[in-house]
Design a protein around this ligand. Structure first.
Ligand code: ADP
Ligand code: MG
Length: 242
């Protein structure tokens, strides 16, 4: 049901569509969003109880530790997917304030350096943005962390992640995340908008959708370029605060 609703409208539909159709469609999407969010909550509560009881069992049966760990890892995976689904469907109340991107990125990089070090990735912050941007710090942090994680996951044999800050005229600032990772094929690139599209065994395929949604709520843009074997660049443009 969900896939029918989120499929982009084809050209033929566009020609005959009326304001009423658009309204009906928007209502249907909103209803599906509410349903998804309800389902996500319903899944989340029993998960906590299951995990708690599993821990209890695990402590009684140390000989089966490996099996318990496996179940626990799968539970965590459900939890991650559900949390991400919730953050997509939940109407966010954005708290806009002027944000110094250099400061914010600096502190995020410091937090993620240990993880980068493990896969031999060097994270560099280059360029400058003299003007702050208008944004919600928590949500922008979520975007940047998601993009850095994707870059690290694409560079499991080491590499460099360059995060470049650059003013674009007076009204925008660009942040570019360029990695030297595995890159993406044309086919992969074209499937990025699909929810749950992932090439990772542990992936949810929701990270980029969340990023896109947050950036759009900031009236910004997100663009992805990639070349297999060369790397990927994700460019985000945000409005400066006046
Ligand atoms: P997930 O990371 O859970 O798979 P995402 O929405 O973050 O979900 O990414 C979807 C897919 O896009 C990934 O599985 C991967 O195939 C591809 N991808 C995203 N970022 C990169 C990147 N920096 N380099 C290569 N592939 C990427
Ligand atoms: Mg991801």
């Amino acid at each position: 049901m969900a896939s029918e609703v989120v499929t982009p409208m084809g050209r033929d539909d566009m020609e005959s569509i009326t304001a009423n159709d658009i309204l009906r469609r928007a209502n249907r999407i909103a209803a599906v969003g509410r349903l998804a969010s309800g389902v996500a909550h319903e899944i989340r509560n029993p998960l906590v109880a299951i995990q708690w009881n599993l821990n209890l069992l695990a402590s009684k049966h140390p000989e089966d530790a490996e099996t318990y760990q496996l179940i626990s890892a799968e539970l965590m995976r459900i939890d991650t997917t559900v949390s991400q689904l919730l953050s997509l469907t939940k109407p966010q109340v954005l708290k806009f304030e002027p944000i110094d991107l250099q400061n914010l990125l600096d502190s995020i990089i410091r937090l993620m350096n240990a993880q980068a070090y493990q896969v031999n990735v060097d994270i560099q912050l280059v360029g400058q943005s003299p003007q702050s941007v208008e944004g919600d710090e928590k949500l922008l942090t979520q975007v940047f962390v998601n993009l850095i994680l994707n870059a690290l996951e694409a560079m499991q044999n080491g590499g460099t992640l360059t995060i470049a800050l650059e003013p674009e005229g007076k009204e925008h600032v660009a942040v570019r995340f360029s990695d030297t990772g595995v890159g993406m094929t044309e086919e992969q690139l074209s499937r990025l908008g699909e929810p749950f599209f992932t090439t990772k065994s542990e992936g949810t395929g929701l990270g980029l959708m969340i990023c896109r949604q947050i950036v759009e709520e900031h009236h910004g843009t997100m663009e992805i370029k990639s070349q297999v074997g060369e790397g990927t660049t994700v460019s985000i443009k945000l409005r400066t605060s006046s």
